[in-house]
Design a protein around this ligand. Structure first.
Ligand SMILES: Nc1ncnc2c1ncn2[C@@H]1O[C@H](COP(=O)(O)OS(=O)(=O)O)[C@@H](OP(=O)(O)O)[C@H]1O
Length: 420
């Protein structure tokens, strides 16, 4: 079985976790992708070795002469694994262990199951990240409440394991996507992040099922936990739950994503060092600190390689976090097609809220309140030294190009003139 299936291909049986991609027989149609993946791994290994500080130290392409430069995506394939994806964050201030942001659109109630799980302390719902009001919570608990779904479906049916997951990326726009898809009557979703496949796996599938809202036949159960995308065990675990699980990844320019991630951490821990300090192992030498989760998460190609060992590309949808803001209906059309749903969430569901600076959902019929995301979404980012942004862009470029090749989609992050 080779990593990465061609669109429409059957998923190959997963390889043993110890087997490196280079050791596997590669069907011709997948050779290019496999080589690209291997090349990426070798690139990463080279960075690690040349940086002289283990896998944590990646040297920026903008480093002075004599320092290591990133290998181009066309470099010869290597045999290394995926060290960065497995490297545990080492900084206390990196935000990787913080509670995931909930930040739901106001007026989006919790499913009854969520309330139970929240009481049990299983979910880490940071109040600062939550915009759910008391009224919504009480409405969610009532039999006629909207529960975890976006429709007015009463609370009957069965709790089922999710058939589709939003697996990442953190700060990509995952909350906006989840809330928008919940507006579809055939989707019901958990509002909080269950973190089953990373933190709560030991609780077992029955716990996970119980967290889910009830659904009727034909409705899709969903949840979102952005940390899954960078969790080594997640692909295998999800595959063993159901190999036909549909996976959605919202991706965003990794430089902006890193700044967004940092901004979130800063809002909780104002005492942390500046972004510029955290981003480098050695700024003079141009050594980017890829052990900092804010940086590491954005090496999308590396993380994706892990998923492609278990799921074919056709089973993963990549949503542009940028287009989710500029054209939410367009991205939602793709999401609904991917999920096999009728295109019910359309431009009629959105309006651009000038005060918020983002698209918001129009008032649902049963509510008089607007449905913009909470204040933890769309925070003002601190101004970052343009030279640092420049270095980070150069650092990510080969990984981005690799990601475009792997996914067959050009997200055009290199063309963005300025980061927020
Ligand atoms: N409609 C709408 N409203 C508000 N915010 C929106 C929207 N669509 C996308 N975004 C962007 O989503 C970013 C937060 O991403 P996530 O929801 O994935 O964050 S989290 O990982 O769950 O914490 C958030 O990042 P920041 O702007 O850095 O706060 C937003 O840019």
């Amino acid at each position: 079985a080779a990593p990465g299936g061609a669109p429409g291909a059957e998923r190959p049986p997963p390889p043993p976790r110890s087997a490196g991609p280079g050791a596997l027989p590669v069907p011709p149609a997948r050779k290019l992708l496999c080589m690209c993946s291997l090349s990426l791994c070798l690139t990463y290994l080279c960075y690690s070795l040349m940086g002289g500080a283990g896998p944590a130290a990646l040297r920026s392409p903008a480093a002075p002469p004599g320092s290591a430069a990133p290998r181009s995506p066309g470099s010869p394939p290597g045999t290394a694994g995926a060290p960065a994806a497995s490297a545990a964050p080492t900084r206390a201030a990196n935000g990787s262990r913080e509670a995931a942001a909930a930040g739901a659109w106001p007026r989006t109630p919790l499913a009854p199951g969520e309330a139970i799980a929240a009481q049990s302390g299983a979910f880490e719902r940071d109040p600062q990240e939550s915009s759910t009001t008391d009224e919504e919570l009480s409405r969610a608990g009532s039999p006629g409440g909207r529960g975890g779904g976006g429709s007015t479906t009463p609370d009957y049916g069965e709790k089922r394991l999710p058939q589709a997951l939003i697996i990442g990326v953190k700060k990509g726009g995952t909350r906006a996507l989840l809330e928008a898809i919940r507006a579809h009557p055939d989707v019901r979703a958990v509002g909080t992040e269950p973190h089953f496949f990373d933190r709560n796996y030991d609780r077992g599938l029955e716990w996970y099922r119980n967290v889910m809202p009830k659904t009727l036949d034909g409705q899709i159960t969903m949840e979102k936990t952005p940390s899954y995308f960078v969790t080594n065990e997640a692909p295998r675990r999800i595959h063993s739950m159901a190999k036909d699980t549909k996976l959605i990844v919202v991706v965003r320019n990794p430089v902006t994503r890193a700044i967004s991630d940092y901004t979130q951490t800063l809002s909780k821990k104002p005492e942390i060092p500046t972004f510029e300090v955290l981003a480098f192992k050695n700024r003079t030498l141009g050594l980017i600190d890829a052990s900092w989760s804010a940086i590491r998460i954005g090496i999308y190609a590396l993380h994706l390689e892990n998923w492609l060992q278990y799921f074919p590309l056709s089973q993963i949808l990549f949503v542009s976090g940028e287009r989710l803001i500029t054209d939410p209906a367009g991205e939602m059309a793709k999401v609904q097609d991917f999920l096999g749903l009728k295109r019910i969430v359309t431009e009629k569901h959105f309006y651009f809220n000038k005060t918020k600076g983002f698209p918001c959902l129009k008032k649902p019929e049963d509510s008089s309140a607007p449905r913009c995301l909470g204040k933890s979404k769309g925070r003002t980012h601190p101004k970052i030294d343009p030279d640092v942004i420049h270095r980070l862009r150069k650092f990510y470029k080969p990984f981005n190009v690799m990601f475009y090749q792997m996914t067959g989609q050009d997200f055009k992050w290199e063309q963005e003139e300025s980061d927020k």
